[in-house]
Design a protein around this ligand. Structure first.
Ligand code: EPU
Length: 336
């Protein structure tokens, strides 16, 4: 375990916010998790930080940041064309994608190039291009901070939903995920329900392989989302809002081209990016913060932005979208 005092977090959050943490703990082994809980994480403010790609630090953090760096991918079982992998929380997510391509394991290729660590993936049930991580998570291992007890939660117990799970609800601020188990397939299978992906594959006239699908996803992402190593951002800043069908039909009167997808219980899911664009915010800048020119759902740090500049943009967007569409956007990003 490595402890530093007064740590600059600029390189530990993809928004590139220059804030400081009183203590910063690197959890280098899974044993460090228990030690950190016993000695550092009880009775004071703490935050478990993965890749920092879904976190907006709004000010200096007067407590302890614990950052898992222990990694490793192990095959636990192979049977009937299925493979169970146990992956340590500190493994970078895209390393797992590369591993799966190399070993021809199907099931998470559409989640190529999502920034962050494996331990964070189940927390917000990462999803993109027609796939969500919940569809391959077999179980999640971790430690409860308040009791120090190890836990294992099977997929159904994780209560996954759209950008949601038990780790964002009941277990919020009370657990450290140590390993995520994935059930992947050795048999070729693809999820090509996202139109942009199937179209791009057809246009490129390449054979349908894991490598080609993954490369295609990476290209689509690159065309829509800013590279956080160049332009600071935290991916989608808001969740896509889910509204009753009646509300959607009302909106169609003024906005006949408004895109919506079917959601559970007869609801409709709107695209927040489209709402923000229609509210005139796409590519707009206020001070050093603003939205991305190719995807209005992504708030960006154009360079040297303070947390308040980002939050001011977010608040202005929420207000304008509310006035226009009579709905309140909910922030997806963790604000600390
Ligand atoms: N759209 C606009 N204007 C915009 C952005 C989008 O009109 O500025 C429209 C698009 O034309 C399209 C629709 O909105 O018709 C959906 O856009 P897109 O496919 O880009 O997806 P999204 O709903 O905006 C979600 C995820 C992304 C994920 C993409 C691709 C959320 C909050 N975001 O975005 O996730 O990459 O789907 O599947 O669900 C992330 O979580 O950080 C993230 C990037």
């Amino acid at each position: 375990m490595k402890l530093t005092e007064n740590q600059n977090l600029k390189t530990y959050n993809t928004f590139g916010m220059e804030v400081y943490a009183r203590q910063f703990l690197q959890l280098e082994t899974v044993e460090d998790v228990r030690a950190a809980i016993c000695y550092y994480l009880r009775d004071k403010p703490f935050y478990i930080l993965g890749g920092g790609s879904n976190t907006l630090f709004t000010k200096d953090f007067d407590g302890t940041i614990a950052h898992p760096t222990f990694n490793g991918i192990s095959v636990m079982e192979k049977s009937d064309g299925k493979v169970l992998l146990r992956v340590a929380a500190g493994e970078p997510w895209d390393n797992l994608i590369q591993y799966c391509i190399k070993h021809q394991l199907y099931g998470i290729e559409n989640l190529t190039a999502i920034p962050g660590l494996v331990g964070s993936a189940p927390v917000q049930n990462i999803g993109a291009y027609g796939m969500e991580v919940k569809d391959t998570v077999y179980k999640v291992e971790g430690v409860i901070i308040s009791t120090g007890k190890a836990f294992e939660l099977a997929n159904a117990e994780c209560r996954f939903g759209y950008r949601n799970s038990i780790f964002k609800q009941e277990l919020k601020n009370d657990c450290i995920i140590t390993y995520v188990w994935f059930q992947l397939s050795e048999k070729q299978q693809f999820t090509l329900t996202y139109q942009g992906l199937s179209k791009a594959l057809q246009e490129r006239e390449l054979p349908l392989t894991l490598r080609n699908v993954s490369d295609c996803v990476r290209k689509i992402r690159d065309s829509k989302l800013p590279d956080p190593t160049i332009v600071g951002n935290g991916g989608s800043f808001f969740k896509n809002p889910v509204i009753p069908e009646e509300h959607y039909r009302d909106l169609l009167t003024d906005f006949p081209d408004l895109v919506a997808y079917d959601a559970p219980e007869g609801m409709k899911k709107l695209s927040a990016g489209q709402l923000i664009e229609k509210a005139g915010w796409k590519g707009k800048r206020m001070g050093n913060a603003g939205t991305w020119k190719n995807q209005a759902l992504v708030l960006v740090n154009y360079g040297g932005a303070t947390p308040n500049e980002v939050l001011d943009v977010a608040k202005a967007i929420i207000q304008d979208v509310e006035t226009l569409f009579k709905l309140t956007l909910e922030m997806e990003i963790n604000r600390i």
